[in-house]
Design a protein around this ligand. Structure first.
Ligand code: SAM
Length: 221
């Protein structure tokens, strides 16, 4: 059963929205989405106070729900258009998926850990979200069955940019992915301008759990 969503919770997420705006998030559609979604639903009751702080938090299985600022920053970089087909790699709790859905896009989300995949799918269904396809598997190879995508977001840190992801992006599409070592990554925004031309922008200062799988850290031996 879902927890209650009271005026107090709504007040806490409005405050979170103001914090994120203060940290430089400009896209009001992203801020509005964050202010609509009950992030505390993804937390045990005892940890309510943590749900609207701007920090990552453990969700079990050694994984985390990303920091709200990071969710907002990555979403803003995607420059979503209503109706976009978006691939998310690393479903985790399902919170980022809710933010994407609130922005009117179709989401394909893939998670490596079966327990997290099942929990997130059940949670979004309980919350009444449609419009997402949940897959259990290795997203470092993308999700060719539904390609091409307008946008791809990776929510785990990769050692390099997996080739498959660029292949599965349509021309004009955008891939947002943290790339670096095990401790720190740069956020890359890669725009596929043609089959052979990729425009790259980078932003410093992120720290994610590892992207596993064939084209993630498991390939590094
Ligand atoms: N987007 C998530 C959320 O909103 O809660 C946060 C995700 S957490 C920082 C990263 C997730 O990526 C973890 O759940 C992890 O199991 C998953 N992951 C890691 N490697 C993966 C892979 N190769 N394919 C799919 N998911 C992967």
């Amino acid at each position: 059963m879902l927890q209650e969503d009271s005026y107090r919770h709504k007040g806490m997420r409005r405050a979170l929205g103001r914090t994120l705006a203060g940290k430089g998030i400009r896209d009001t559609r992203v801020l509005d989405a964050i202010m609509r979604i009950p992030r505390h639903f993804f937390f045990e009751r005892a940890f309510l106070e943590h749900a609207y702080q701007d920090k990552a938090f453990p969700i079990g299985e050694g994984q985390t729900i990303s920091q709200p600022y990071t969710v907002a920053f990555q979403t803003e970089l995607l420059a979503l258009q209503p109706g976009d087909r978006v691939l998310e790699i690393g479903t985790g709790s399902g919170y980022q998926c809710c933010v994407l859905l609130e922005m009117g896009v179709k989401v394909y989300t893939i998670e490596y850990i079966k327990k997290l995949h099942e929990r997130a799918r059940a949670m979004l269904s309980q919350m009444g979200y449609g419009g997402a396809t949940f897959v259990h598997g290795d997203g470092s190879r993308g999700l060719p069955a539904y390609a091409p995508y307008d946008k791809i977001i990776v929510t785990a840190g990769a050692p390099t940019v997996p080739h498959a992801l660029l292949q599965q992006l349509r021309i004009g599409g955008v891939l947002v992915i943290p790339v670096g070592d095990e401790k720190q990554q740069k956020m890359l925004r890669l725009t596929k301008e043609s089959e052979t031309k990729i425009r790259k922008e980078e932003f410093n200062g992120f720290s994610f759990v590892k992207l596993r799988g064939e084209q993630g850290w498991d390939a590094q031996g």
